[in-house]
Design a protein around this ligand. Sequence first.
Ligand code: PMP
Length: 413
Amino acid sequence: MRPAIYPSAKVQREETDGYNVKSSENMRQVYMDYGSASPVDARVLEAMMPYFDKDVGNASSLHSSGRKAKRELESARQKVANLIGAPNPKSVIFTSCATESNNLALRGAAMRYKDKGNHIITTSIEHMSVMNPLKDMQRSGFEVTYIPVDKDGLVNAEQIKNAITEKTIIISVMYANGEMGTVQPIREIGEIASGRKILFHVDGTAAAGKVPVNVEDEHIDLLTLSSNDMLGPRGVGALYVKQGIRILPFMLGGGQEFGMRSGSENIPGIVGMGKAAEIAQKEMVDEGARLIKMRDRLIDNILKMEYTYLTGSRTKRLPNNASFRFSFIEGESIILQLNDLGITASTGSACSSKTLEPSHVLLSMGLRHEEAHGSLLLTLGRYNTEEDVDYVIECVPKIVAKLRALSPLYPRK
Ligand code: PMP
């Protein structure tokens, strides 16, 4: 079912043959920014609704409404555990977002195990919710090694192995990078970490629900998850903490979530995340194949343009990620022009960030500033159709050609 916010309205072709077209009510709306924010699946929304105004009990209360909330909480925990192959649902702790989960995992584990060592290994392409807590921890005596990536955005497990010292207590590597789509060799790194008895934290935000993640097989000790990235509501996340691992909580209070994250549980949100995890688990194979087909059609067609490159690995890639670089033009201009044609997309170029710097992820892959400036990120999702892909394939080349015609850098024949 396609939610009302993404009407599959008719395209006014006569208005869209150029570029600079103002949005009109009848224009086709194509949302391809699932990596930044996703619509909530209609089935998830339906499952959540009763917990806003009918079944409103607090999961710690003894009355039947409270006991129902507690049952729903535990049922959602089980569904999230099933999605990631966690043998014990008690290892899933609900939080408010992936940022909180990353902070809790890194600070919580580092503070708990600081007597064993002060060294942490991570990569140069992590999300800011990993980078910034680590930078902060460096100011209080922790040492962090940032492992670089190759031109495809891939981390080399051997380099991680070589960076391990007697003082290494945590290795933190993201499962996949939502900005350039590359999926990392997590099992290989997990084997190295577990062989050396080092905690392995994985930021699974962009990957869980899209590709199979299994905490047991991949030797993951701490796994960050986000609800919205699997079409659940915003304001909910989770952290998997392998049984037996102790972390120091930073939210202290009533002792909810096994004492690791106090605060009355967000029951509607958690029910939604549980439902989203259940749907993702059931539909991942078919939905993954559908997304890969659309992704590859986008990639194959857009790469037909000259001076156009794919960002990230062609093969080890998230099913929903099509990310490009266009020489001689700016990502912001592409985004705004696409917006005028009803297409919502993203860029890692300078002005989309608060620092006015291109994304650290693109720079870490060895791109020069001017290369990183022309980036376009299309992230697909459950409500995209082949017609959406047709429309994007039709619009992007026109916009790129028009912007290049205006660019003083573009080599004229
Ligand atoms: N980790 C990764 C890999 C992400 O892509 C994001 C952003 N979706 C986050 C963490 C942080 O997510 P949030 O802003 O929902 O906390």
